[in-house]
Design a protein around this ligand. Structure first.
Ligand code: DP6
Length: 331
């Protein structure tokens, strides 16, 4: 099934788009990862996942219709060349809603994610774009529907429609209309995320092709859906009970299990660099010595530390270059 067909019931034909307001969507970090698709066209996942959104850190996007033969895309104040892969992904996403022969936009998008963070911006980027499209075409979609729309841009973007803790239900329908995120009601005011930059350069294999290679070549991947399902339950239990140890240990185990499936792919996918491993050893040593910190990692070499605000001072002392995010606000 193609993307446009799945959205058919939600689109009104003949609407002339207008200029949207500027819309914001937060970046998110998965504690239980999305790794592997059951449908590559629609970004339908093999497993459910759970993330925390990063408060006011994310992407701001505005759409203005223009009388011009192509889209004009601005990122962080710079006009991009239309052939840039970033522009092509955005234009292809806009094509789902318009007649691409005579409807183009100026897309102005800026990220408030710290530059040194090594965080992906495609999640917040496609979520903010989905919100702007909804406004521009007056679609009046619900948050769940917007989450479905954002997923068509990038899987993890479906979680960036919501703030706080967010669960992406994998769904079972072929058209994917039941595969969207939902906000969990629990908050965790003292939760901190520390961004440890090992290398912020563009990685050789992006998540999209990395997960596909894993699904196709790693026998070990067969055990991933079971691990993810059990981790998701543990994380929900940890969030309900505000049990930090359970949260941290489950998130770290989940990230390392995902990396194990990457290592077992062929050609092998190794996102770690020597410094990534050095940081892991440092974290394990500090934990052994009584400091409650854990980490998670995505498809890249950088680490995201998980700790509580009660440990902030000591963690800052140990990692002076780290940027700290408090997803539920400062305490
Ligand atoms: C490791 O959402 O970037 O960050 O759906 O192909 O766009 P596409 O992939 P993407 O993958 C994110 C993978 C991850 C884990 C996660 O965020 O859950």
């Amino acid at each position: 099934m193609d993307k446009r067909a799945t959205l058919a019931g939600w689109l009104t034909t003949g609407t002339t788009p207008s200029a949207s307001d500027e819309h914001f969507a937060p970046s998110n970090i998965a504690l239980c990862k999305y790794w592997g698709k059951r449908d590559q066209q629609l970004n339908l996942p093999v497993n459910a996942s759970l993330s925390v959104s990063l408060g006011h850190l994310g992407t701001h996007t505005r759409l203005v219709p223009i009388d011009y033969p192509a889209d004009e895309i601005w990122l962080n104040g710079e006009k991009l060349v239309p052939s840039a892969p970033f522009c092509q992904r955005i234009s292809a996403f806009l094509d789902l809603f318009r007649n691409p022969d005579h409807c183009h936009f100026r897309v102005t998008t800026r990220n408030s994610i710290p530059t040194a963070a090594g965080l992906a911006s495609s999640a917040s980027g496609f979520a903010a774009l989905a919100l702007a499209v909804n406004d521009s075409f007056a679609l009046q979609l619900s948050k769940e529907q917007l989450s479905v729309v954002a997923r068509l841009g990038s899987g993890s973007a479906c979680r960036s429609i919501f703030s706080g803790f967010v669960e992406w239900q994998m769904g079972h329908r072929e058209d994917g209309l039941d595969s969207h995120a939902l906000a969990l009601q629990n908050r965790w005011p003292g939760l901190c995320i520390g961004l440890i930059k090992v290398d912020a350069s563009v990685k050789a294999t992006d998540s999209r092709s990395g997960m596909q290679r894993t699904v196709e070549t790693a026998h070990l991947y067969q055990s991933w859906p079971l691990q993810a399902a059990s981790d998701l339950q543990q994380l929900k239990q940890a969030i309900t009970a505000q049990d930090f140890e359970l949260l941290g240990r489950t998130a770290e185990h989940n990230a390392l299990s995902m990396h194990a499936t990457m290592l077992a792919s062929w050609p092998p996918l190794v996102y770690w660099q020597p410094d990534s491993l050095k940081m892991m050893h440092k974290i394990w040593k500090l934990r052994q010595d009584g400091l409650p910190i854990y980490f998670t990692m995505d498809a890249g070499p950088n680490l995201k530390l998980l700790f509580e605000s009660t440990s902030l001072e000591e963690v800052m002392r140990q990692f002076p270059d780290m940027e700290v995010i408090q997803p539920f606000g400062d305490v």
